[in-house]
Design a protein around this ligand. Sequence first.
Ligand code: NAI
Ligand code: MG
Length: 358
Amino acid sequence: KSLRIAVIPGDGIGKEVMELGVLCLETIATIYKIQLEFEHFDFASCDYYKEHGEMMPPDWKEKLLQFDAIYFGAVGMPDLVPDDVSLWGSLLKFRREFDQYINLRPCRLMPGVPSPLANRKPGDIDFWIVRENTEGEYSSIGGKMFEGTDREIVIQETVMTRTGVDRVLRYAFDLAQSRPRKILTSATKSNGISITMPYWDSRVQEMATKYPDVTVEKYHIDILTAHFVQRPKKFDVVVGSNLFGDILSDLGPACTGTIGIAPSANINPEGKFPSLFEPVHGSAPDIAGQGIANPVGMIWAGQMMLHHFEHREAADALLQAIEKVMARAQKDVITPDMGGKGTTKKFGEAIKDEIWRM
Ligand code: NAI
Ligand code: MG
């Protein structure tokens, strides 16, 4: 059965890195005899907005529901369209409407990228961050009273549902169980946040009984961030609520170097809706149009997509190709963010060539 992929390049460097992402996916698919069908869409971009006065056509949902996955570049042209309009009109709609309740990010120190942490080498940092992506602290429940007076009061509620908490924990436990070390770390703050976080902890404890072979550890978010920096080796799978997961999933990849290489997946595990695979970075207006954006985040996001659809061998091969080219670190191939003089095209094509050589 072929995998149907909606390709949405978006804005700025999203369009530039997407070409290389698709190129690498097509190459690996040819070798491993995986049928991929790509269809390109120009909506969810600020160019589309300029022409139509909205980020997406009214039937965007029906259109995208025909696909197994969305391969997404980046959205945003802040000089033309305010960021809240472009983001809420596209990416955030996908995440919510398609119930992509898992946000998954690898945190892996790659060759050729010096870690900002002292004395770390590839292999030292290799874990996953699983963030709850639909509820928790990011609710819109709350309000203001007595605005502008000294009695002013603002309140925003955290929402945790049993279904919402259990499903992200189940995903994280499954992931931990599938890995050699089988360690699950839960981010909490039940010493300070006295209702929702103890609830989160109790669901972790309950879920743990179903996974006796998984080692469970919990840390308060404050000391956990310190451990990310000081003892990153200890982690295997880390799970957190929407807010804690958001913080950790920026901190983790930051500990492993440039933002240009980090990928991210927004997953609806049941496959009822398409999942979305994207680089972590945005549209980078400061370097857009120059052809020097690092394509690795985009290509690696494609690798996560293959892995998600259980094309394990192809996914492993693609990750190896990325790592080999990065390890070689040829100055005329790698992009300026990694200290090179190469281009998006040269870097991406070097990865494609490496796939053929393997
Ligand atoms: P950004 O990620 O676009 O850029 C931050 C810095 O990192 C810039 O200096 C940029 O040149 C550099 N950078 C990013 N990706 C790179 C790559 N692949 N290779 C080399 N250097 C890279 O974040 P920023 O500047 O805060 O936002 C710019 C626009 O992107 C805004 O409109 C923002 O809303 C949007 N954005 C969209 C995201 C998405 O589509 N998922 C995520 C983050 C921001
Ligand atoms: Mg963030």
